[in-house]
Design a protein around this ligand. Sequence first.
Ligand code: DHB
Ligand code: FE
Length: 283
Amino acid sequence: MTTSPASPTAAGSGTNATAAFRASVTRSGPAPADRQRVSTVVQALVDAVRGVIRDHEITYPEFRTAEQWLMDLGEAGEWPLFLDVFVEHEVEKIAERTQHGTKGTIQGPYYLPGQKRLPATATLPQRDDEKGDTLVLTGQVRALDGTPLGGAEVDIWQADADGYYSGFAPHIPDGNLRGVITTDEQGRFEITTVRPAPYRIPTDGPTGALLTAAGWHPWRPAHLHLMVCATGYRQITTQLYFQGGDWLDSDVASATKDELILAPVRLGDGLLRARYDFDLEPV
Ligand code: DHB
Ligand code: FE
């Protein structure tokens, strides 16, 4: 008989995502010089909403439903989940315009700082009975000109083989499948982990209710999250996907890029191996 783990709820992951966001961002009001920008951008936003109301002849019941849903979203702590799924990719595309080297993509709501520091060759913290195919990710961190970057940091986090993240699901120990790897003198790393499953937006919260109401699917393709940094270089926040995986062409968060797809191979030892090199631009 299998005992099902305490099922992670939208309320749990939403609230934790809100707490993680608040811990990571310092609140700074706009400087007086930014007033024009605030005015321009907020005016454009309000105009866009008013335009939707006119174009689609929004009714009072629809307006009240939207009000209620927005309140639910806040009360469930799901603003980070909702914004990272539906909006962050557009902001990232603006950042991409000035970024060279390895492509970035969205950070998502599940990054947690201060994870276990690990040497260049390491296995991510995992449970004794961690489910899933063993995956070995090797690679090198380099400057754009090819110089190997020893001592660079590869901060990696991922869902488990059921699609859940530690820190946001009560049945998973803190720090599971998270770690900060330091590259060797050649900029190389070799990370042993498990292949994550596709991620499903929690369906029991307001974001899930919206997806259901619109008839949209709640899936993201399986992915590893990485933040790669080295002193004097621009940090890359990105994700790596798996060739042939489900939902690659219909990611609910619109965050896939062709350049970020791994092609793991299974060698004689039965392990999945993939290679990915990171090219950082100087600041
Ligand atoms: C969300 C979850 C993710 O794992 C991710 O990479 C991006 C967004 C979310 O639930 O909002
Ligand atoms: Fe994710």
